[in-house]
Design a protein around this ligand. Structure first.
Ligand SMILES: [Zn+2]
Length: 460
């Protein structure tokens, strides 16, 4: 058996299995997964002592996102450059309408940017307000391979959708093979908490954790689960930040509801003590970082299987943007840069330090995000026929995270100074080495928009 490129001598890691095998690549796709030493190719990569994994699929990435007065600082080229350095080879971005814009126009415009990427991307649409044209827009978008739609139960006056809009959107999507992906925080609870705290002068970045209580998340998750169950629609909860919220979803799943949990790296690794440090504004995100006990409890659900995927919720603001309103979190840009650090931080903290099986790591960060977003088996696996997006990982490399050593379009990383074990060394995108020995080998943008397969026909 022969092909264009052979990755030989490594340990292949798939969701559910890892072991010695060689990966044969032809025409940008995996052509075979074979016993070590049984195939040949024009070019060979020696992966001895390395893990050979499907490249990461980041299900939650905001690229150049505008919210309030702020726009996050990266474009597709910059975001995907950082992504590939970190071993991620597919990002899923969001097309979120501003007031007065409609979902389809925004999604089609955003889709055009995929070609600026160093790797492929997919897109979540978004519904904020219901009107009679929404069903036709959703049907058209699903026909064009945009099948997941972000909704919010918070950010009143910006992107918040009413319960009625959530229900109508879920019901419509269920009939079309689409799925709502939803940010759940009960805005009325947060609004009341923030008004009280503002009156007492305690609404700055140092107070972030208390301004958006965990109960607001729990309340909203319960409400949205009930809506999904009532209309028999699938639902995916983004960035669940507490074990209580995850357990509500798990209980619904045991009743037969098609409900899924995404956790994001910063909620699994960082706690709210960061708001007492030197730069509390750098850690302002929604939901906020939780207590050390809550982080520990959330992380346990990576082992129980109750967490479906790990995303980054990458949103690339810099310190200057974060500082402007640091005395009032209501006016601050929310979000942390993370597309580049998601895989190495989770690998080091959970696989190396806590014994999470490496095949489960691939499941959480690549295969399951690909399935939930209708991208599997083209992405998220090394099965023959899959795009040859591959991270060749040195599991023993030790390194220290610094903003200056990363490639995101900002001046800080929430993980500054953290010592990690394991990192990607060589990263292939569609069979081409884009990163070699931790250096960018091919900066040519060849990104493609990947059409998602409707849910229930190859979905999660
Ligand atoms: Zn987000």
């Amino acid at each position: 058996m022969s092909g264009d490129l052979l990755i030989t001598g490594g340990t292949v890691v798939e969701a559910g299995w890892s072991g010695p095998a060689d990966v044969l690549i032809s025409d940008g796709r995996v052509s075979a997964l074979v016993e070590t030493g049984t195939a040949t190719a024009a070019t060979t990569i020696d992966a001895s002592g390395r893990l050979v994994m499907p490249g990461g699929v980041d299900p939650h990435c905001h690229v150049g996102f505008t919210s309030g007065e702020f726009t996050s600082l990266d474009d597709y080229r910059e975001c995907t450059t950082a992504a590939v350095y970190g071993g991620t080879t597919t990002i899923v971005d969001f097309a979120i309408p501003r007031p007065g814009e409609n979902p389809a126009d925004v999604a089609y415009a955003q889709r055009e940017k995929a070609s600026q990427g160093l790797c492929d991307s997919a897109l979540h649409g978004c519904v904020v307000e219901w009107d009679d044209t929404v069903p036709d827009q959703l049907a058209a978008l699903i026909g064009d391979g945009i099948t997941t739609f972000k909704m919010f139960t918070t950010y009143r006056g910006e992107t918040m959708a009413s319960e009625d809009t959530v229900l109508r959107t879920m019901k419509t999507l269920a009939g079309l093979g689409g799925m709502v992906v939803i940010h759940c925080e009960a805005d009325h609870i947060i609004g009341d908490t923030q008004r009280s705290r503002a009156a007492a002068g305690r609404i700055g970045a140092t107070d972030m954790a208390a301004t958006r209580p965990a109960l607001a998340e729990t309340a909203s998750v319960a409400e949205v689960l009930a809506i999904a169950e009532s209309v028999d629609a699938p639902v995916y909860f983004v960035h669940q930040s507490t074990a209580e919220a995850v357990e509500l979803v798990a209980a619904a799943r045991r009743r037969g509801v098609r409900a899924y949990t995404e956790a994001v790296a910063h909620h699994l690794v960082l706690d709210d003590s960061r708001y007492a440090g030197d730069h509390p504004e750098r850690f302002v995100c929604c939901p906020p970082l939780r207590s050390a006990g809550q982080v520990e409890a959330l992380g346990r659900h990576l082992f129980t299987g109750e967490i479906t995927t790990i995303g980054s919720d990458h949103c690339c603001y810099d310190t200057a943007q974060k500082e402007i309103h640091r005395e009032d979190v209501r006016a601050m840009p929310n979000g942390l840069p993370g597309v580049e650090t998601r895989l190495p931080v989770i690998f080091s903290e959970y696989v190396v330090r806590r014994g999470l099986p490496v095949s489960r790591f691939v499941e959480l960060t690549s295969a399951a995000p690909a399935r939930a977003n209708g991208l599997y088996p083209r992405k998220g696996t090394l099965l023959p026929g899959a795009d040859a997006d591959i991270a060749i990982w040195n599991p023993e490399a030790t390194w220290q995270v610094t903003a200056s050593g990363l490639h995101m379009a900002t001046d800080y990383t929430p993980y500054e100074g953290m010592r990690l074990t394991g990192r990607p060394e060589t990263v292939l995108v569609n069979g081409r080495p884009v990163v070699e020995d931790n250096a960018l080998a091919d900066p040519t943008p060849r990104g493609r928009h990947i059409r998602a397969v409707p849910f229930g026909r190859g979905g999660a």
